[in-house]
Design a protein around this ligand. Structure first.
Ligand code: RB5
Length: 144
């Protein structure tokens, strides 16, 4: 299950991402907001706590730039959130970093590029290579 959340700066783009998930029959939960002015750390928390407790497998967080969401999300243990503005980064975020949260900028990306980035991120598995697993384990140590 994928969780999606945004603040007011990401609300319009969230609509396109939800459309993509719906078209592709990917189960998702919309954790808000509904377009009203909100504080993005609260919405990052809804998704990241849900990943931590096993409710969600992965998350997509959208704010104006994706920056605030990625800063907030990476404060949660076990979260590997990556802000992606191109498809190669989205592919690498999964293959090398096993990212479990994708952050997008609603004011920096056009909806079709954002949809393509999201599609790439959803479709790309973690490589499982020992070198990448070792580095991810080193990052997990920082949570302790
Ligand atoms: C809200 O105005 C804006 O600061 C927020 O959406 C985000 O871009 C923060 O990083």
């Amino acid at each position: 299950m994928i969780a999606v959340a945004c603040d007011h700066g990401g609300y319009a783009l969230k609509g396109r991402i939800i459309e993509l998930l719906t078209e592709r029959n990917i189960p998702f939960a919309d954790e808000g907001c509904g377009g009203e002015r909100v504080d993005y750390p609260e919405y990052a928390g809804k998704v990241c706590r849900g990943i931590a407790d096993g409710t969600y497998d992965r998350g997509i967080l959208i704010c104006g730039t994706g920056l605030g969401m990625s800063i907030a999300a990476n404060k949660y243990p076990g979260i590997r959130a990556t802000l992606c503005a191109d498809c190669f980064s989205a592919q690498m975020a999964r293959e090398h970093n096993d990212a479990n949260v994708l952050c997008l900028g609603g004011r920096t990306l056009g909806p079709e590029l954002a949809a393509k980035i999201t599609q790439t991120w959803l479709d790309t598995p973690f490589s499982g290579a020992e070198s990448h697993s070792r580095r991810i384990a080193m990052i997990a140590e920082l949570d302790r």
